[in-house]
Design a protein around this ligand. Structure first.
Ligand code: CMC
Length: 378
């Protein structure tokens, strides 16, 4: 039998991201995530993922200019979004908008590297606009147009809240985007590479990735974490809630990981930022509840929290609506997806694994009149 979930199966060579599950290390193109979180910016990280090296000042200025000037989305996409049911899941809206942007893309029929870098730039610039526009449209408000200055992180918060974020909040958003940018062959990146391996276009591969990220075992976990914290409500209720969840053999969202057998290095930064945001807002209860849950899950299950656990309280304290948490993950991860698609195209071979057949064999074909009901049910 094949190991379920392709656990530990190495499916490709890649120079984009190194993950050491035993040591808890995450490295983008040779640079440790702790250094990038401390010294880099999301835009610089995007350059690193696409080009395999850190940019010069001129190169970074160039990418910043391109990202800023591509923030707008076509009026036709906005019209289409206005036609969607207001109750639509924002990840479904993102998936649909990206699909339409693919049809309208000026490089739609081009699949060379230069065209794909332009597509990757437009997609990375447009994700925040799609998500913020949708939040306004579904709530009956006029969307706030993207600013043509500032970082992608600050502009995202500006478009969502209508006011410029303070320096610390913009920094927190920027670091969260760096931390989520890539993670080797996670489910959505694998989906993107499988699609790109057929030499389909970049937008189609990104649509596949968005569909995979949406699931609660992947990017959807951050929303489930905040729902749990809101349901618990206060630190004194944590113990009984988690004890009951253990009794019912429920999974605690934001814990466990297929690769990390120690602390997820991204969780360290998000934990610090969750505490600091709580301190600044004089509302430490989300952080305190999270700490308690972390202690209980480790004691009972020896499981560490993953990136989704503290990103939940961080996004909540930044004022982001709960069902936009997973789309915010996508705002960052689109940089990694596009990097992997570029890498896949650069040395492509169709991805087409095999299945171990475990079904019946050599059955005699019976005409439909001869098939008994019991045989069919049985
Ligand atoms: N709470 C309680 N028990 C857990 C959890 C959890 N969060 N995660 C794993 N376990 C237990 C699980 O019940 C199983 O126990 P047993 O062997 O007794 O049946 C054992 O640990 C192995 O779990 P698994 O589900 O087979 O492990 P996996 O490698 O297939 O899944 C995972 C990894 C991340 C899907 C899983 O840990 C999980 O469902 N976690 C909760 C969802 C979550 O936080 N997802 C975000 C993942 S990180 C960011 C991302 O990729 O998007």
């Amino acid at each position: 039998m094949v190991k379920a979930g392709l656990e530990d199966v190495v499916a490709t060579d890649s120079s984009i991201c190194f993950l050491d599950g035993k040591e808890g290390r995450l490295v983008y193109q040779g640079y440790d995530i702790h250094d990038l979180a401390k010294f880099s910016t999301f835009e610089e990280t995007v350059f690193l993922l696409w080009y395999g090296r850190l940019p010069t000042r001129t190169e970074l200025d160039g990418l910043n200019k391109e990202l800023r000037s591509n923030r707008n989305i076509s009026d036709d996409v906005v019209k289409m979004m206005r036609l969607l049911p207001k109750t639509a899941d924002p990840m479904e809206v993102l998936r649909t908008a990206v699909s339409m942007l693919g049809i309208l893309d000026p490089d739609d029929k081009q699949n060379d590297r230069a065209a794909n870098i332009r597509k990757a730039t437009r997609l990375t610039a447009q994700f925040p606009t799609i998500i913020a526009y949708w939040d306004h449209i579904r709530n009956g408000r006029e969307p706030i147009k993207p600013s043509d200055e500032g970082t992608l992180a600050a502009n995202l918060l500006f478009m969502l809240t209508g006011s410029q974020p303070d320096e610390y909040n913009a920094h927190v958003m920027d670091v969260a985007l760096i931390l989520h940018a890539d993670h080797e062959l996670n489910a959505s990146t694998f989906a993107a590479r499988v699609a790109a391996g057929t030499l389909t276009d970049m937008h189609s591969a990104i649509v596949a990735a968005i569909g995979a990220l949406k699931g609660p075992l992947h990017g959807g976990a951050n929303q489930e974490v905040i729902k749990m914290l809101l349901e618990i409500g206060s630190p004194e209720k944590v113990e009984s809630y988690i004890t009951q969840a253990f009794k019912e053999h429920k999974k605690i969202m934001g814990f466990g990981h297929r690769v990390y057998k120690t602390e997820d290095p991204r969780a360290w930064h998000l934990r610090q930022m969750s505490e600091e945001l709580g301190r600044r807002a004089n509302e430490l209860k989300w952080y305190e509840m999270s700490r308690q849950i972390e202690g209980m899950v480790f004691k009972d299950k020896s499981l560490y929290c993953n990136v989704d656990f503290y990103s939940a309280s961080v996004y909540y304290m930044l004022g982001i609506p709960v069902d936009l948490f997973t789309p915010i993950f996508a705002v960052s991860r689109v940089s990694g997806w596009t990097a992997h698609i570029l890498e896949q195209y650069s040395n492509n071979r169709l991805i087409r694994p095999r299945a171990e057949y475990v079904g019946p064999s050599k059955l005699a074909y019976e005409q439909i009149e001869q098939r008994s009901k019991t045989a069919l049910l049985g």
